[in-house]
Write a protein that binds this ligand. Structure first.
Ligand code: GRF
Length: 235
């Protein structure tokens, strides 16, 4: 290779290292979506790495999973802060910044966030929600979908804005509702798609293939947009 080429510039002949976005994941419980993100990030070609997994609960099962994979973990218990959500969030924010986090992924984080934290991470915080937003924001999404008799349900990854579960949509996965479904069966079908969708959405944002512009998500091309749109093929 000619000297002066990008590859020769490193002198070692190795492929130049891609800069991976540093991700902080916030969890409150089992952390299966966090696990899906960790699995995706274990591929060196994935454009993001998980730098910190943090929880408001010391007993969140996902913390042990992350630690067992060598990922830094932290706990900021919300209880000592009482009603002072802002101080709790400032503590979360400080830990994220100490870890050099660039993008935050909420993955089953069960605290409502105020504009203090949401504003600090404006355009740099993702959430996964178990419904096809804007339908069924809030809790008990599967039960409500079944009660309404909808034929399709699913999950959404979106940017976080101050209003709960409202925010520019990055990616969605659609699953069918089957005869004989109960909330648990439907939840399990949706969750399998969550585990596909969240890494895809993060990949799109971290790689720059999708971005936020004037309150909407833009995609660099049809392929990126297609990756953000999943139709579950399972029966
Ligand atoms: C998921 O269903 C996610 O959509 C919702 O909370 C649940 C978290 O599950 N926000 P897990 O902790 O990732 O297993």
């Amino acid at each position: 290779m000619a000297s002066g080429s990008p590859r020769a510039a490193g002198c070692s002949g190795e492929r130049p290292k891609m800069t991976r976005k540093r991700i902080g994941v916030l969890i409150s419980g089992r952390g299966s979506n966090m696990e899906a993100l960790l699995a995706a990030a274990s591929d060196p070609a994935f454009p993001a790495e998980i730098s910190l997994v943090m929880s408001n609960r010391a007993d969140a099962a996902g913390l042990a999973t992350a630690a067992s994979q060598g990922v830094a973990t932290a706990v900021v218990d919300h209880r000592p802060y009482g009603k002072d959500r802002e101080s709790f969030e400032r503590a979360l924010d400080a830990r994220m910044r100490d870890a050099g986090v660039e993008l935050v992924c909420l993955a089953g984080f069960m605290r409502v966030l105020t504009p203090v934290f949401v504003g600090a991470w404006d355009g740099r915080m993702l959430n996964i929600h178990p419904s096809l937003l804007p339908a069924y924001s809030g809790l008990h999404t599967h039960e409500r979908a079944l009660n309404d008799g909808v034929r399709v349900h699913g999950c959404t990854v979106h940017f976080v804005t101050p209003v709960l579960d409202v925010g520019p949509i990055i990616a969605q996965a659609v699953v069918p509702v089957r005869a004989g479904d109960d909330p648990d069966k439907l939840a399990a079908r949706v969750l399998r798609q969550e585990h596909r969708l969240y890494p895809r959405a993060l990949e799109l944002i971290a790689s720059g293939a999708a971005w936020l512009e004037n309150g909407r998500v833009m995609y660099q091309d049809a392929q990126a947009m297609a990756r953000a749109t999943v139709f579950a093929d399972e029966t």
